[in-house]
Design a protein around this ligand. Sequence first.
Ligand SMILES: Cc1ncc(COP(=O)(O)O)c(C=O)c1O
Length: 369
Amino acid sequence: MDIKKMMRKEILNFQAYIPGKPIDEVKRELGIKGKITKLASNENSLGPAPEVVAAVKKAAADIFRYPEGASYLLRNAVAQALGITRQEVIFGSGSDEIIEMLGKVFFDRGDEIVVSEHAFIRYKMAGDLMGARVISVPMKDYKHDLSAMRAAVTDKTKAVFIANPNNPTGTYNTQKELEEFLESLPSGPMVVIDEAYYEYARVNKDYPDTVKLLKQFQNIVILRTFSKIYALAGLRAGYAVASSEIVECLDRIRPPFNVTLLSQAGALAALKYGKKQVKRSVAVVEAGKKYLYSELEKLGLPCVKSAGNFILINVEPARGKDVFQKLLKLGVIVRAMDEYNYPGFIRVTVGTAAENKIFIKALAKCPGA
Ligand SMILES: Cc1ncc(COP(=O)(O)O)c(C=O)c1O
C-alpha cells in the first residue's frame, strides 16, 4: 500500500500544529524533578472559579451518558448573555474546532483566504487543509494592517481572518478600524473575528463591540473561548457567534458530540459563577504586564505591548529557540516563535506574580538574551 498515493494532496506537506510543551513532557525529557513553570500556552494559571470545579465533579457521575450534542443549555446561556438568539451560537471543542469547521464548510480549491502574516496559525492551516490559497498580508507595527488586507481581497476571497487581539503579537484593531474595514468590503467574503482574549482586551476603551456589529454586518463570525480567561483550556469549549444561516451550515458538519458532558457543565458554571474570577484575572494580568514591561526594559529586551495575557519579546541577536531551550533547562516553559516567522522572539504568558518573577529571574540568566 502506498500511503502517500492514498492521501489527499493537501495533506502530503501538511505540518502538525506545534503546541506549547506540556509540563510532564518537559519533566520526562529533561529529568527535572522540581517545579516547572509553564507560561507557554496563554492559559490562566489562577485556575477556574471553585463553583466550576464543583460542577465538573458533579457532572462526572453522568459520564456514561452521551452529552447533549448541540450543547443546548450552553447555547441558550451564551445567547442570553449576549442578547442574541440561540440560532446564532454554535459550540466547538475549543474555538479551534470551529476554525477548522469553517474551512471544511466554506473553503475549496481555487478559493482564497486572507490572513495577516504573523496571525494565529490555525487560520492558515484551515485554508491549507482544504486546498485554498492563503494570502498572507504583512503587518504594520505588529498589527493587522486592515487596509492592506482589504486590498488583498478579490472575487475569489471566501474569508478574511482577524485575530483581535492577535496571538502572538497581542495587538488589536479598534472599533473604528474594524467598522471602516467591514464597510469597505464587497458583499462576498465572510470576516472571522477571533476574540479568544476578549475579556482581557475589553479593558481598552476603543476595543470593538463586535456583537453589536452583527446586526449591521451579516458576514461576520465572532469566535470566543472558555480556554483563556475562564481557565478551562483542558475542557475544550469555544463558540462562534454568527448569523443563523452561517451557524446552520456549520451545524451540518459539527461532530455529533463535540463538546463533552464535562465541558458543557464546566462552561455553563463558568458563565454563571465566573464574574469574580474574570475580574480578578484581568487585574492580575494587568499588574503582571506592568511588572513584566518594566523588568524587560531593565534587561534591555524590547517587547510589544499586549491586549492579551501574553507578551511577544524580542531577544535578538539571540535566537528565540535558544532562549526557549535555556529557559526550559531552568524549569520555565515559554514559546519560541519560529513558526510565526519571528525567529528572534519568544512569547511568554503572563502568569501569577510569583510565576512572572520566576520567569524574569530565569530570563536574566540567559546570556545573549
Ligand atoms: C487567537 C486564538 N484563537 C483561538 C485559539 C484556540 O483556543 P481554543 O481552541 O482553546 O478555544 C487560541 C489559542 O491559543 C488563540 O490564541
